[in-house]
Structures are given as structure tokens and as C-alpha cells.
Design a protein around this ligand. Structure first.
Ligand code: SF4
Ligand code: SF4
Length: 390
């Protein structure tokens, strides 16, 4: 909760926000207007919902909660564009557009992820991997458990972000029933958005929600300590890790695991200026709303990688992977998803087609928007678990 009592209206949150960068006096005026009116056009247009402001507020007043309140009010009053709604209920969103590329192959994977055999433990691959980067699951490292994912099993992160706790509770209860029907007790997660829903949000809003979450990184570390991950090729390079924004809502211990895993595979781990809970967003959330600002932020992030002379930037979020890989490559920095690094360490060769996939996806999004310009204006609202045209 935002604490108006402790907030000194100093403006630090908006001045140091990587996206808004208000001059200090305007920042103070804006925050006082936000408190009074619960509105801000600048926040609606350019805030990436990264929650960085929460960790830099000197009084611990949680400005992101105020920002979230303003955003949710705007979505209620003006609806939400379809692109970010990960559901088969509507014709176009980022995932359905991605499915238009290599449809047959992706559909084969989805059939598997949406109809797994019953098991108490599963790899929860979310939506980004099956629709945008399906080759990331093409490894023997993921052969021991069934894979679960796709829009049918979407974690509901978008419901929580756009429509608030009450709608997220409805989505979570539906999902929990599906998990129980499959006998799921533990999910090995790949997406930081799924992490906060399974480990943070659902346990706090759904009584008795009882599914354990473990990140794929923590799972690899566990395998290694059990002697089941045989490191054949040490990756003796300088590697930095892109901490994803959603992790800010979880226990800080989560930040230790990527560092520990990178050391296990032989890396010299180096830290960007902004790291762990003070990490900077990759810019992905603004890709559609404000592409030039998104690019500016992504380039700034890569300049931090250059500054520490890292050879590789490692990711756990496919959004960060898609957004930062091109800019990293332009600076001769390799960009890998964490499972690709694990593959290399055990002597497998990842397909390394992230850039190609990202570029094809960008082209497909542009093509689809050009054919259906309404995509940018059609809006939806959710009520009692049902999406309706706004
Ligand atoms: S929320 Fe924190 S950083 Fe923002 S104005 Fe209030 S005290 Fe300052
Ligand atoms: S959530 Fe992120 S983008 Fe939004 S105001 Fe806070 S720091 Fe800026």
C-alpha cells in the first residue's frame, strides 16, 4: 500500500524513474497532483510499471502502489488494448500474433503443453516460450518432467496487472482447479511474471492456494548439488545477469540464485551498476506504447553491460531477452537465456536463433497492425472473470 502519511512529496521517485525522468520541481508538483486527483497522463503514457520507484523511495512509502492505483483506474475508465491480453477469448494479442509464424510446429508444442500427463511436479513454461521462443525447450535438460503452458494455462499476470486483485482472484481460482485436476503440487517456473503469481500474488489473495513455485535456475542448482547436472564445458567468460522487474515483489534471496548458478557453470559474474532489486527495466513494457522510449531505455541498459566489460548478458525473462538481444549484439555482447547457458555447460549447442525469432515477431506484429489498424484502438474490460469489448 502507498503510504501518504510517510510520503514527503520529495519527488525522488519520479525524478529518478528511468522512464519519466522529471526535473525535481516538476516531480514534486506531479506527485502532489497524483495524491490529490489519483490521475496522471504522464504516468499513463510512459510508466513501464517496473516498480523501481519503490526501491528508491527514501521513506519506504511504496509509490508504485499509488501508480498502480492510477493505472487501474485508467484501465477501468478507458479499457485495455488487446495486445497484452493473453487469452484465446480475443482474436489478437501478442501470443496469437506470434503463433502466425511457424504455426504447425508451435501448435505441436502447444498440444503437448496444454495436455500434459498428470504429475505432481511440472515445468511451467508460461506463454512467452511456447509462442515466441519454442526452441528454448528443445533440450534434454527438460526431459524429466511434463511441460505445462500456453494461453490455456496462462498464469493470469495480465489480469492482475490490468484488472486488479478481485479479477485476479477469479482467474487464480480457475487456474488452481486446473492444477489440482492435473495433480500439480510444484511448478518449475521460467517466467518472472509466473513467479510472482505463483509465489507471491495467489498465496496472498486465494485462501489455501497450495502450489509451490521454484525457478528453473533454483532447479538447475538443486540438480547440480544432487550430482545430476554434469558440467562438461566451463563457460569461462564475464557474465552479467538481467534481474527481471517482477522479482522486486519476492524475497530478496531470489537474487542469489542466478549468481550462484553462473558461478557453477564457471562464469566470472560481474554486476551492472543497477542490479538485484535496483536493477533497471529492459524497456519491453513500452514497446507498443512508446517504442522510441523503450529503445532508449534498452540502449541505456546495454551501456551498463558494456561498462562492466561483460561478454554475455544472461536472462530469465523472455521479454528482456527479446528487447535487449539486438542492442547487445550491436555492441558485440552475447545475449543468452539461462537454459541456453545451461545447455552449453553440459555440452549441448543451443539453437541461438533468438535474434531471428525476435525480428520475425516484430515484423509479424507490424504486419498484423497494418492489416488490422483497429488493433491499436480496440479495447477490452474484464468483469467477473469475463472479457468484454469496451
Ligand atoms: S513516494 Fe517516496 S520518493 Fe516519492 S515523493 Fe513520496 S517520499 Fe518521495
Ligand atoms: S513503476 Fe517504473 S516506470 Fe513507473 S514510475 Fe515507477 S520507476 Fe517509473
Amino acid at each position: 500500500m502507498y503510504s501518504e502519511k510517510t510520503c514527503e512529496q520529495c519527488g525522488t521517485c519520479l525524478e529518478q524513474c528511468p522512464f519519466l525522468q522529471f526535473p525535481i520541481e516538476s516531480a514534486k508538483r506531479e506527485i502532489s497532483k497524483m495524491i490529490e486527483t489519483r490521475t496522471s497522463r504522464k504516468i499513463i503514457n510512459n510508466c513501464a510499471s517496473c516498480s523501481y520507484c519503490n526501491v528508491i523511495c527514501p521513506t519506504g512509502s511504496n509509490p508504485y502502489s499509488l501508480i498502480r492505483e492510477i493505472r487501474l483506474k485508467d484501465y477501468r475508465e478507458n479499457g485495455v488494448r488487446s495486445v497484452g491480453l493473453i487469452t484465446e477469448e480475443i482474436p489478437y494479442n501478442l501470443m496469437s500474433i506470434a503463433l502466425e509464424i511457424n504455426t504447425e510446429e508451435k501448435q505441436r508444442g502447444l498440444n503437448e503443453y496444454e495436455n500434459p500427463p498428470k504429475n505432481s511436479k511440472m515445468f511451467y513454461v508460461g506463454c512467452g516460450i511456447p509462442y515466441c521462443f519454442p526452441d528454448l525447450t528443445n533440450t534434454s535438460l527438460l526431459e524429466d518432467l511434463p511441460l505445462l503452458g500456453g494461453m490455456k494455462y496462462c498464469c493470469g499476470g495480465y489480469v492482475h496487472s490490468y484488472f486488479g486483485e478481485d479479477e485476479a482472484r477469479i482467474k487464480g481460482l480457475e487456474l488452481y482447479e486446473k492444477f489440482k485436476a492435473l495433480g500439480v503440487e510444484k511448478l518449475i517456473t521460467f517466467c518472472p511474471g509466473c513467479d510472482i503469481m505463483i509465489k507471491g500474488i495467489y498465496p496472498s489473495i486465494i485462501e489455501g492456494f497450495n502450489v509451490e513455485g521454484q525457478t528453473i535456475i533454483e532447479y538447475f542448482i538443486e540438480l547440480y548439488h544432487e550430482g545430476k547436472l554434469n558440467i562438461k564445458n566451463k563457460i569461462d567468460q564475464r557474465i552479467t545477469f538481467q534481474d527481471p522487474c517482477p522479482w522486486r515483489m519476492l524475497d530478496k534471496k531470489i537474487y542469489d540464485s542466478p549468481r550462484e548458478f553462473l558461478e557453477i557453470i564457471g562464469a566470472d559474474v560481474v554486476e551492472m551498476k543497477h542490479n538485484r532489486e535496483k536493477s533497471l527495466c529492459c524497456g519491453a513494457p513500452l514497446m507498443i506504447r512508446n517504442r522510441s522510449l523503450s529503445t532508449e531505455i534498452a540502449k541505456k541498459r546495454i551501456s551498463e553491460v558494456e561498462h562492466v566489460k561483460a561478454d554475455i548478458i544472461a536472462h530469465i525473462c523472455t521479454g528482456c531477452l527479446a528487447t535487449l538481444s539486438r542492442h547487445a549484439t550491436e555492441k558485440n555482447i552475447n545475449s543468452y537465456y539461462i537454459t541456453e547457458l545451461a545447455q552449453m555447460a553440459i555440452g549441448q549447442q543451443p539453437l541461438k536463433n533468438i535474434l531471428e525469432n525476435t525480428e520475425n515477431l516484430n515484423k509479424q506484429v507490424m504486419k498484423t497492425i497494418a492489416k488490422n489498424p483497429k488493433l491499436l484502438t480496440e479495447k477490452y474490460i474484464m468483469k467477473n472473470g469475463k472479457l468484454n469489448r469496451f
